[in-house]
Each structure stands twice: as structure tokens, then as C-alpha cells.
Ligand binder design. Structure first.
Ligand code: GCB
Length: 594
């Protein structure tokens, strides 16, 4: 069954576009030091009667000795590193939530006939960008990449960029004002300039056909392309090559024979260089090919049942704390997952950066990627739906080139009511339309009746895989409660225990076997394995979680110190006893069948 590429194109935010595999393109990095000024009162945009200023800080004016008074000058302001959250860079910004201004000068030589995009890996939460004083785009959503066309605003040679990034938590945001993670603000992922020809490849999808193991299918969209133009796709290593023709909407559907293809899997994460060409534009990809399906209560990878031995991971930087973004961060986090014996990771609770996805492709770790619809967002607010839908579009279309991603998760622990079920099932419909090749899931809350856990959330009917979170032995009861717990699941579908766990402060051993000791956490895992092994349709697990992470909800002094301590590893990389317990279970395959 061929995917209809025309239905899969992301509807981006009004003035930005979505680029698939942007990190595969040559680009000029704007990483480094940017001048930065916090602006708690919004002075850079609003005057003293709260009217929008024409001479806002985006003009980047300078204070000259002897000249008129000024209230800012980027040139003499201190700098912040980009990428990077501001909270962990200056002590006085640790708890700061509000607008932050950034400025950077750069040189650029325009080439005739090209377009230049400013590509932002992520800016938390709302952001506005100006080039040489001219506004180029606005964006909402702190964890997805977007690109703005800055061609018309650029000058030859010397230019400046100003960004305003505002991490104010909002009731009508996605996520909302309540989360169990730290609201790191700033230009938290890489920023760069990408040059493309007038007609260029913006989005594409290439995947193994479910029907034939030697056929790659999908589509390529050429922005600015004309019906009749040609697109080619080739895999040099196998000699596979095809040429396709753009339809009037700029989409070319692809079907390519690729005999002898080695399929991507955790045991053998084979990646192929893939060249995609359209006119004078090209993208050099590195891709794996595999299928993922559900059959009854089985999850099939390349047609074979698989059990997902996973762990949940936040984008928290190991050792230094702060928002993770680098290749090194990704290799440390996924390196620990590998040591545990994982073939799977749940990247909670928002889309992670592309270094993480590249590392997962390379290391052979299957990925659950999550839209930040977390807890109680405003489900009856259409504008909020639109924010969630756009972030989902961006998530899918920026990262669909990664073989590691097998699950799109719509939401986490949302309250059960009609408005919410409509909201999330609509997101699921959207995700299926954009990407019919992967599985749809969500982490559900479960009901407790005595010692029975009941999974009958109506949202389940819209999912391919049922994710469930439970904290027996931590928020509910003790270790003996876990042993007595049985499960009743209304859906004949695969289940992933997407969270379970308990807190422990690394190095805490007393009072013996009490909450927050390493021993209690380790025992909790052992009891959980016993309970989990009794669920016939369990097909995976991602205990909560790999590493301690900052959360302003966790203020218990001497133990939490504003960290959620449910990590198997401390934020400083110290492994707790439960790490070895999970490792033993995974490596010996004591949990999970396949
Ligand atoms: C949950 C949430 C997760 C929290 C965790 C906890 O159920 O999904 O974001 O951090 O519990 O530690 O309470």
C-alpha cells in the first residue's frame, strides 16, 4: 500500500517552514556566544503605557558616549551560550521565567538565486526573530525545530539577528503551566543558516514497504517545484535508484526496488547513505529501513515479535544539569540505556533533539517520541488544540527520517473526559494521516479498584499500543501492594508499561528500606518485575526514569533539592542499586518474552 504523500505535508506555523532532515544539510552554524538581556517587563517591545514600540530592542541601537540616553545596548551586554538554557548559565537567571533578548552579528554572502533559512533547533517557549531589525518569524512551542526564510531581510556581508525568547508558563500553552520538569528557557538547541536553491526539498518520507522487504516507498515534496519536475532517490551501496515526477502539488510519490537491503534493527542498526535530489538541490541522508506493525497483542519489528526493554529519558544534561542538546549528552544518556540492555527508550515528555535521534539510529535503540500534551491542558480550547497539532506536525515532519522512531505518543496522563478524548483522538487521526507507517500510543492513567488496575480509558480505542503509567509501591501502598496487584485491560492490544518506579537519593541507605533509599528503589523494581510478568499482553516497559532531573515540584531538602530522584542514575552520573537490578533483568531476559 502506497502512502499518499500529498496528505503528509506538515502545515507549519504561519511564517516558518518545517524541514525534514535539516541537520543533514550543509549549514553555517550560529552557535556560540550571543549577547543577552533579560527583560522582565517586556520593555524591549512595550512602552510605558504598554503600547507596542516601533523602536523596540530588535533595532539593536547602540549607546554612544555623548549621545542620547539608552536603556539597553547588546554590544556591551554579557553573553549567553547558544545552544543552552539561560537558567544554568548565570546564577541570577536560575529561577527566571520571562522574556530574554538575544543578539548576534554575523557575516553572510548572498548568492543569487538562493534562499536562506534561519533554522532554530528549539526555543522555549515562545519566540520572535528579527534580522537587521525586520521581523522574520514568530513561533510557539519549546521542543520542535522550525525554519524561517530570511532571504529578503539579509544584507551583503554584515548582518545582525535579534531573538526574543519567552519561557513564561501559560495555562493555554502546550505543555501547560503544570509540569514535573524544569522550565529551562532560551535557545536551547542549535541555530544555523541553511542555503537552498529557489526550488528545494523541504519534506520527505522514505520507508520500507510493509508488503515487500525489498521495496522502499514514500514521497518527496519540493517547495517551489513544478509539476513534471524530476526527483531522484538512490542508495549507492546497494545500487538502488529511482526517478519520480512531481505532481502539481510538488509531491513525487516514490517506489523503489532495493534488493538485498539489510534491515535496521537493535541487533544490527544498519544505516545507508541515501541521496535525494531535485533540480540543483540535494539532501544526503543516513537512513535505516525497517517495518513496525501491530498484530493482535504483538508488536512486530521487521515482521517478528519484539519485547521493548526500555527506559524513560528526559532531555536533562548529564553531569552539568540543564537542557541536554549535544552529541555528547545523547551518547552519555543512550550509552547508559545500552549498558542497561535496552533496545528501547521513551523520550519523555516532548520531542528530543536530533543528536538524540541520530544516536538512537546508530546505537539501535527503538524510540517512543512524545508530543508535549502533558496532564491537564485546556482540552476545550480550539486554539490550544492548534498548538498541539502544530507541534505534532513539526515533530513528525522534522524527524520522520529516523528509523529508530517507532511510536508517536500523543499525550501523557491526561484526565479522562469527553473534551480530552476528542482532542487527543483528533491528534491521533492527524498523526496517522501524516505518518501511516508508525504506531500511535499515549501514556494513560489507570484506575485502581482494590488490588486491581483497570485500563478502560476510552482513549484506548484510538491507539495502536496502550501505554500505562503506575506507581504502585511509591505513590500507592508499599512493596506488598505490588505483589497483590493484578491487571484488567479492556483492549486486545499490546501494552507498554510506560512508567513505574520510585525515588532514591544516590548514597542514601538509611533508615533501612525506607522511601528514598537505594535499597527501597531496587526492591521496588524487583517486585514490579514479578507483577509485570503476569500481564499476558505486556510488550514493553520504560521505567521512570534513567537519570534524576530538575523539577520545581520536588523541594524536599537534603533529598530532592529540586530534583525528581526517580533516576536509576543520579544527575552526577552515579548509578544507584536499581540500575544493576534492571540491567540484570534485561540482560538475562528475565522480563519480556521475545
Ligand atoms: C508521572 C509523570 C512524570 C513524573 C512522574 C513522577 O506519572 O508522567 O512526568 O515525573 O510521574 O515522578 O511522579
Amino acid at each position: 500500500t502506497l502512502v499518499n504523500g500529498s496528505a503528509c505535508i506538515a502545515r507549519a506555523q504561519s511564517d516558518s517552514i518545517v524541514l525534514t532532515g535539516a541537520d543533514r544539510r550543509p549549514q553555517m552554524s550560529l552557535n556560540g556566544e550571543w549577547h543577552a538581556i533579560p527583560d522582565q517587563y517586556g520593555t524591549g517591545i512595550y512602552d510605558f503605557h504598554n503600547h507596542e514600540r516601533k523602536d523596540g530592542w530588535f533595532l539593536n541601537q547602540h549607546f554612544k558616549p555623548g549621545g542620547p540616553p539608552m536603556d539597553y545596548d547588546f554590544a556591551t551586554a554579557p553573553t549567553l551560550k547558544v545552544p543552552g538554557d539561560w537558567n544554568t548559565q548565570r546564577p541570577e537567571l536560575f529561577w527566571y521565567e520571562g522574556p530574554m533578548w538575544y543578539e548576534k552579528d554575523f557575516h553572510y554572502d548572498l548568492k543569487p538565486g538562493t534562499k536562506i533559512f534561519l533554522r532554530i533547533g528549539a526555543a522555549n517557549y515562545k519566540s520572535i526573530f528579527w534580522i537587521n531589525g525586520k521581523k522574520v518569524c514568530e513561533h510557539e512551542g519549546g521542543f520542535t525545530a522550525f525554519a524561517c526564510d530570511i532571504t529578503a531581510a539579509l544584507k551583503p556581508d554584515t548582518n545582525f539577528i535579534v531573538a526574543m525568547v519567552d519561557n513564561t508558563r501559560r495555562d493555554d500553552g502546550v505543555p501547560t503551566a503544570q509540569t514535573d520538569w524544569f522550565n529551562y528557557g532560551g535557545l536551547t538547541r542549535e541555530v544555523s543558516l541553511i542555503t537552498v536553491p529557489g526550488a528545494f526539498i523541504d519534506q520527505y518520507d522514505l520507508h520500507l514497504s510493509r508488503d515487500s522487504k525489498d521495496t522502499i516507498e514514500g514521497w518527496v515534496h519540493v517547495e517551489g517545484g513544478q509539476g513534471g519536475d524530476k526527483v531522484s532517490v538512490s542508495i549507492g551501496e546497494t545500487g538502488a535508484k529511482t526517478e519520480a515526477t512531481l505532481k502539481a502539488d510538488g509531491v513525487a510519490d516514490i517506489e523503489m526496488k532495493a534488493p538485498g537491503l539489510k534491515l535496521w534493527s537493535p541487533e544490527s542498526p544498519k544505516l545507508y547513505p541515501v541521496a535525494i535530489k531535485a533540480g540543483s538541490d540535494s539532501v544526503n541522508e543516513l537512513m535505516g529501513f525497517r517495518t513496525i506493525e501491530v498484530k493482535g497483542t504483538e508488536i512486530l519489528l521487521n515482521g517478528k515479535p519484539i519485547f521493548l526493554r526500555g527506559v524513560s529519558i528526559h532531555a536533562e544534561a548529564p553531569y552539568r544539569t540543564g537542557r541536554a542538546w549535544s552529541e555528547k549528552d545523547a551518547e552519555t544518556l543512550l550509552g547508559w540505556a545500552k549498558q542497561l540492555g535496552c533496545n528501547f527508550a521513551r523520550l519523555a515528555h516532548y520531542p528530543h533533539d536530533e543528536n538524540m535521534l541520530r544516536a538512537a539510529d546508530k546505537l539501535g535503540i527503538l524510540i517512543w517520541s512524545e508530543n508535549p500534551v502533558y496532564w491537564a491542558v485546556e482540552f476545550d480550547n480550539l486554539a490550544v488544540y492548534d498548538k498541539a497539532r502544530r507541534q505534532l506536525d513539526e515533530e513528525i515532519n522534522t524527524s520522520r527520517d529516523h528509523a529508530s522512531i517507532i511510536l508517536w505518543s500523543m499525550a501523557n496522563e491526561t484526565p479522562v473526559n469527553d473534551a480530552r478524548t476528542k482532542f487527543i483522538s483528533s491528534l491521533a487521526t492527524e498523526a496517522r494521516k501524516l505518518d501511516p507507517t508508525r504506531l500511535i500510543t499515549a501514556a494513560l492513567l489507570v484506575r485502581t479498584q482494590g488490588t486491581t488496575k483497570i485500563v478502560d480509558d476510552p482513549l484506548g480505542q484510538y491507539l495502536d499500543v496502550i501505554g500505562t503509567n503506575e506507581y504502585t509501591g511509591w505513590y500507592e501502598g508499599d512493596l506488598s501492594t505490588i505483589d497483590k496487584t493484578t491487571w484488567q485491560i479492556a483492549y486486545d492490544k499490546p501494552q507498554i508499561m510506560s512508567e513505574f518506579g520510585g525515588g532514591a537519593k544516590a548514597g542514601k541507605h538509611t533508615p533501612a528500606n525506607s522511601f528514598f533509599t537505594e535499597e527501597y528503589q531496587a526492591e521496588l523494581y524487583k517486585h514490579q518485575f514479578g507483577m509485570l510478568s503476569k500481564i499476558p499482553q505486556l510488550r514493553g516497559m520504560s521505567p521512570w526514569c534513567l537519570m534524576d532531573f530538575r523539577s520545581p515540584r520536588r523541594m524536599l531538602s537534603g533529598i530532592q533539592d529540586d530534583f525528581n530522584r526517580k533516576g536509576l542514575v543520579s544527575d552526577q552520573g552515579v548509578k544507584k542499586q536499581a540500575f544493576a537490578v534492571l540491567q540484570k533483568a534485561y540482560l538475562s531476559k528475565a522480563v519480556g518474552k521475545a
